[in-house]
Design a protein around this ligand. Structure first.
Ligand SMILES: [Zn+2]
Length: 437
């Protein structure tokens, strides 16, 4: 079993291109399971947007394989069973490929390559997706288990590679990635937007294809990397046909990955008092102060759990930001987000409005019960007095009207273009197609 990581690639896409090169060169080996594309903690300080690692369960397959890609070497299949390959030999061969392509523009990095018969402990994955893990911890775990590794430059990639190898999926999705012909890399991609919208409409279990709020085709990366497009979904069979629905430039090759994308594995339920910088957390809270809009169009809402925190809704989150702006004190919400240290805030990535408090607005002063005339105010909170007969009424006698709320109960999330790789889209929730344990 082989894994590698390249923490510095601009969007993680090139780690997957390297995957295809490794598979091309190690053409005598088979996949004993899906190739795995694993996203790690999106809040690490040296963060690259993608923070992706790849694990390839390589060996010698037995029986009939299932199609999972088409590369220059031909069809790629994965097998349910097979014989292992010598991990030291595998490490040497794969490292040679990484080294040879290290000058590739997307690989300006600290790659790490890991190879072993056994996997690191599941905790290695869970820590790397939720925390900042020191390289020494991972190296001692690998040494304990007899797993081999090689570092290039700083070798930070060993952390992600080990985490990818340690991943035992609880929930999982798939992504089919189509790559461009080498002579086209760097030129504008030719993808027919209409075909993406059609594919989005005609498939049931794909997600993050198209961003109607920004009119943006989300399956194609913005960077000049070899990826033509990537389609994510819950059904590998459906993805197989979804890729053929995209019109325009023909993919040079393609590969399907099993992934933790869209699983929300990075989120942990926490009390506000427990939150530390860089944490990703679900927080149950009550709105404690009315929303304020700050320059840039971002909205800040005071949220109280055991203690208070500012919940920040970025302008880019559009509809979710608008919902946040309509919250009022007393409303109960669940906020999913990442913790920023200064100013300390929870940057909200998904919101559930659980209950709305009732609010009333004063519409008029009370009438005098004797004179039937509107009474006059004696000052804020001081009650009322009739100017004709001098009768008094308490402040609570004012005529009130319930405030009509412009936010509804339910879920809110940012547009497709502003989501993180690990974000679990509502489309996955609503279609009830979350993979069970
Ligand atoms: Zn009166």
């Amino acid at each position: 079993m082989l894994a590698f990581d390249d923490t510095d690639s601009p969007d993680g896409m090139c780690t997957t291109y390297l995957t295809t090169l490794v598979l091309e060169e190690l053409s005598d080996l088979d996949l004993l399971g899906w190739p795995r594309l694993v996203r790690l903690n999106p809040n690490v300080p040296w963060k690259t947007r993608g923070n992706a690692a790849v694990c390839l369960p390589l060996g010698y397959g037995e029986g009939r394989g299932r199609l999972c890609g088409r590369l220059e070497r031909g069809d790629i299949r994965w097998f349910k069973s097979g014989r292992p390959v010598d991990p030291v030999e595998l490490l040497d061969r794969a490292s040679a490929v990484v080294e040879r392509h290290a000058r590739f523009e997307c690989l300006t990095t600290n790659p790490g390559v890991v190879s072993g018969i056994v996997r690191p402990s599941p905790a290695t994955y869970w820590r790397a997706v939720r925390e900042v893990v020191p390289l020494e911890d991972v190296e001692s775990e690998l040494a304990t288990r007899g797993i081999h590794w090689r570092k290039f430059k700083g070798g930070r990639g060993v952390i992600g590679a080990s985490a990818a190898m340690a991943w035992r999926p609880r929930d999982r999705t798939w992504e089919v990635i189509a790559y461009r012909s080498p002579d086209k890399v760097g030129t504008p991609r030719d993808i027919d937007p209409e075909s993406v919208i059609e594919m989005d409409r005609e498939t049931r279990r794909t997600f993050n294809n198209y961003d109607p709020e920004n009119g943006h085709i989300a399956i194609a990366p913005g960077s000049p990397c070899p990826v033509l497009f990537g389609i994510r979904g819950d059904s590998p069979r459906e993805l197989m046909s979804a890729k053929d629905m995209i019109r325009g430039e023909r993919p040079h090759k393609w590969l399907m990955y099993m992934s933790n994308q869209g699983t929300e594995d990075h989120m942990v339920r926490r009390r506000v008092s427990e939150l530390g910088p860089g944490d990703s957390a679900k927080v149950n809270g009550t709105v404690s102060s009315p929303p304020t809009t700050i320059p840039g169009g971002h909205v800040i809402v005071g949220l109280k759990d055991d203690v208070e925190i500012d919940a920040a809704f970025y302008e880019q989150s559009r509809g979710m930001r608008d919902a946040a702006r309509a919250l009022l004190p007393g409303d109960k919400v669940v906020a999913y987000g990442s913790v920023r240290s200064s100013p300390r805030s929870l940057n909200v990535e998904k919101l559930q409005v659980v209950s709305l408090s009732s609010h009333a607005r004063k519409t008029a002063n009370p009438e005098c019960s004797a004179c039937r005339k509107r009474m006059g105010s004696m000052g804020s909170g001081q009650g009322y007095r009739c100017k004709v007969c001098g009768a008094r009424a308490p402040a609570s006698a004012a005529v009130l009207e319930p405030v009509i709320r412009s936010v509804s109960l339910g879920w809110y999330e940012p547009p497709v273009s502003s989501r993180r790789h690990l974000h679990k889209p509502l489309r996955r929730l609503s279609r009830g197609n979350i993979n069970k344990l």
